[in-house]
Design a protein around this ligand. Structure first.
Ligand code: URA
Length: 237
């Protein structure tokens, strides 16, 4: 592939910014400065930008600290509605999609990628991928409510025969709850089912990846190699 493609994909730069960085002599291949973006390199080439080694990835993986007031949809936004993809550079936003959804008023960890297979795996109920949320609620949870949430509750889902589909067991620890399902408004409906209402919800962990609390609301960054590996299940990204 061309060097400018390698640099733009692995450093998450636009093709134009990658070409500029190369022309300015900021890129080395095998330790040698190269100013020609058209140079052909292999996926395992030793490429560095400003001295920092770059690892080629076929896909883009990002995390965002989703702010409140933004919807996660990509297509069904109504006029005037703010959409999370607006917070990404347009060239990146055109390539990636959000991995699952968070409600408009939910904040925290939202992943974006163009790796459809890994996103599908992370969202598939059969893989039981954990999602942890920090919450506030009113009234506060009693021991009985906590027990019920941990065991599973009826949030109105029915199977083909009309029987209640109880939510899978959840884990509660202080002000966090961990679930492995992803039904519409799931946490809010679970709390409602036990007689409490969610007053704030922030996703702090998904698929073993922690929200980077250094990201300000609306801020984003590329996933680090260990995080990519957690998300792809250690597969070849
Ligand atoms: N559960 C909810 O109720 N809302 C979210 O945004 C995520 C999980």
């Amino acid at each position: 592939m061309r060097l400018d493609k390698f640099v733009s994909s692995s450093a998450n730069l636009t093709r134009r910014d990658a070409a500029r960085a190369i022309a300015k002599g900021r890129v080395t291949v095998g330790g040698v400065t190269v100013r020609d973006g058209a140079l052909k390199v292999t996926e395992d080439a030793e490429v560095a930008l400003d001295g920092a080694p770059l690892t080629f990835s076929r896909y883009i993986y990002l995390m965002m600290n989703k702010p409140s007031g933004y919807i996660t949809a990509t297509e069904d936004a109504r006029p005037g509605e703010r959409v999370v993809s607006e917070l990404l550079p347009p060239e990146t936003a055109r390539r990636v999609f959000p991995v699952g959804r968070l409600d408009r008023d939910t904040t925290g960890l939202l992943l974006f990628t163009d790796d459809g297979a890994s996103a599908h795996r992370a969202l598939s109920p059969k893989h039981h991928v954990e999602k942890t949320y920090r919450f506030t609620c009113t009234p506060p949870l009693t021991d009985e409510m906590i027990d019920a949430l941990c065991r599973g509750v009826d949030i109105g889902e029915r199977d083909g025969a009309g029987n209640a589909r109880i939510t899978s067991p959840a884990k509660l620890s202080g002000d966090t709850i961990t679930i492995t399902e992803g039904k519409f408004h799931q946490i809010k409906r679970m709390f409602h089912a036990v007689g409490s209402e969610i007053t704030s919800l922030c996703r702090v962990r998904f698929a073993g990846i922690e929200l980077d609390e250094k990201l300000t609301p609306g801020g984003w960054r590329c996933l680090m190699p260990e995080e990519i590996s957690l998300f792809t299940g250690g597969g070849d990204a």
